[in-house]
Design a protein around this ligand. Sequence first.
Ligand code: SF4
Ligand code: SF4
Length: 177
Amino acid sequence: MAPRRQRRVDALAAAAAEWQERVIVPHCAACREPCCRLNTVVLDLDWPRVKALYRIETPKRAFDAALAAGDGPSHLRKQGDLYYAHVLPCPAYDEAAHRCTVYGSALKPPSCTDFPVYVDGEGVTADRRCEAVDLTALQAHLERATGMRLRQEPDDDFPELVTLVPLQSRDRERSSE
Ligand code: SF4
Ligand code: SF4
């Protein structure tokens, strides 16, 4: 990536992370539909995390074979190297305290850290399944923090995802067409 473009992405990433810490995380304890219950979102995990979080005792090969045969846990499925958990709450979620018990540890999946606001390509994607996401306020924050002007681009396939893309990127794309 060209240095100037990389600087823009870095600035957006820093501003998005600051937003997560200041606006999203404080709301989690009062959230009406915590994402960690995995009702609305799907959690993707690598094998070491599946094994540790779900306390799986069987070797990976046997576990994968059971999953493939439909004899594994129904809330887990495997695709490629990753496992996807859905419907049952994440085992690391403390429902009473409304908090993640592996927060800040290596066991916490990267996708949890990214949710619901993360850098995607040259923009910042916000996932509106999180009730703390206010797109207008997020856009204003990112524009203020980075000095960029952004436009909202909804995802064609997943309407809950909206990416805030720098106008400069689109101008450059158009001029190169
Ligand atoms: S959906 Fe949003 S506010 Fe609710 S627990 Fe998840 S990150 Fe926190
Ligand atoms: S690992 Fe933590 S943040 Fe991720 S889904 Fe489980 S409880 Fe939530």
